[in-house]
Ligand binder design. Sequence first.
Ligand code: ACM
Length: 625
Amino acid sequence: MRHFLFLLIFSLSGTFAAAQAIIPIPVQTEARPGVFTFGKTVDFVVPQSQPEIKKYAEELSRFIRPSSYPVLTRKGKNPAVIFQLGKDEKLGREGYVLEVKEAEITLTANTPAGIFNGIQSLRQLLPAGLENRQTAFTGAISVPRCRITDYPRYAWRGLMLDVSRHFFTVEEVKDFIDRMSQYKFNVLHWHLTDDEGWRIEIKSLPRLTEVGAWRVERHGAFGETRPYPKEGEKATYGGFYTQDQIRDVIKFAADRNVTIVPEIDLPGHSMALLAAYPELSVKKEPKFVNPGAKFAEWYGAHEFKMLIENTVNPADEKVYAFVDKIMTEVAQLFPGEYIHMGGDECYHGYWAEDAGVQEFMKKNNLKDTKELQAYFVRRVNEIIASKGKKMIGWDEILDGGGLPKSTAVMSWRGMAGGIKAAKEGHYVVMTPTTYAYLDYTQGDKSVENPIYADLSLAKSYELEATPEGVDPKYILGGQGNLWTEVIPTLQFAYYMTYPRALALSEKLWSPQNASTFPDFVNRLENVFGRFDQAGVSIAKTIYEPEVAVSRKDDRYYLELKTAIPGADVYYSLDNTYPVKFSSKYSGPVEIPEGRLRLRTQTYKNGEALGRELLISRDELIKRAK
Ligand code: ACM
């Protein structure tokens, strides 16, 4: 009995050690006592004639030991890491089995993509110090014994990167891809065109990048007070990717099991296109590439008005010939199945006012501008299909009806569009603002960059991409979207993307209900250490309390919630510093009258974590619910 108990306890704590490390949580982890140690001699053994696997093995070998372990095709007597291909239906294309024994690690998969994913899990079991590429790691390198069987729930696990609102270089895009692939994302949705910049070289339409890739430089809040370009002002901010660069990025992504889905956003969001070719609009007026100036009015509930025309003219045949030229080159460049045609937030006001457009609608039996947009979407679908590709678009492409079944829908205005689309028999990718918009504010507004909406890590972790009552076969998966209006640098892009993207990756890779938020947070704290070592600052807003204020009669009450197990929040309302062992928060407190400020600081195991929050009483009262 004592023996049995000992074993049980050992195995539970062992399970904890192995499972604690990995995000997204694997399908199955069996932990055993003991470790594999990377000592002086370890052989990496790969199958013959598998150059991709050999490359992965070489990279892993260099990661663990810069002087590198040998990569061989036959196992000898040394401890070994063995990579092998097998045939196990349940693993599919991307799954793997990772078995760590004391003298041998074996990684088995059906394809190199599965091997790649298995390596990402193994990497998370290795010491975080290895992620530091500046300082050589000198500690012992061992991996807990375990057997992990793992495969994805969804085939589409994406992140969208907007490179129009701010431009990111080829090296930065590659870095973004490399990092997402470590957490088993497999689709980069590359938002290449928008009002603020056209970023893809189209050889037959050179003005798209000569003119459309550049805007005058402005600072300050995007979409608010930035002035329009002055007469004759040189456009100096921007950039674009040449087709050679794009091919290079596609190859880099493919080597990491990432498919790139390019987006050409039509018929709205086209001010950069129209700056280059204004004749394709209804009014044919000269345009500029928007430098982040206000040109729209937003009324909430997805209602808006564009003060400057940013739509192509769907009644003009020249537009379709133009789109054909673009799609011909896009289809030749990108090997993936899908091309994204946008379709979102298209203002119909200029169409509605134009006699030529009205006549076109009458001739084609289109009763309103919604049907006109649906007509445009069908024409673009035909063009994309003629290049051997499938079309995907934002959920507005359902409006107006008649969407061909072969077209996939990306649901962003909540889940409703996705549910409707799946019920109509379209494939769907779920990217609802409510769970997946990575540009939304992720912590307290007093320390974060406030934008028009909030999305906490806990909320992202609630994403369930297959709604009840929907046939799961239509749900391809989901995706986090990083719009970059307020994100000018790669470092800040990481800050906004992670850790919420990790919550999404778990929701898209791991089985439904495979874990809980507190357990995810436990594993996340381990992953924080890996990002720290890699020199990448990601948001740790989860350490900062959620500040809620309630009102009862004329009194106001403060609530401070923390999502971190074992963390305590200390606070003061009298401008003293909330230090450990002073005023520990234990339940709602009344906010007294007076000119005072709330200060908070979180502690865990005696260590201050996250930032201090400092919020005036006036601001607290404004937040009262
Ligand atoms: C979108 O957020 N406009 C798709």
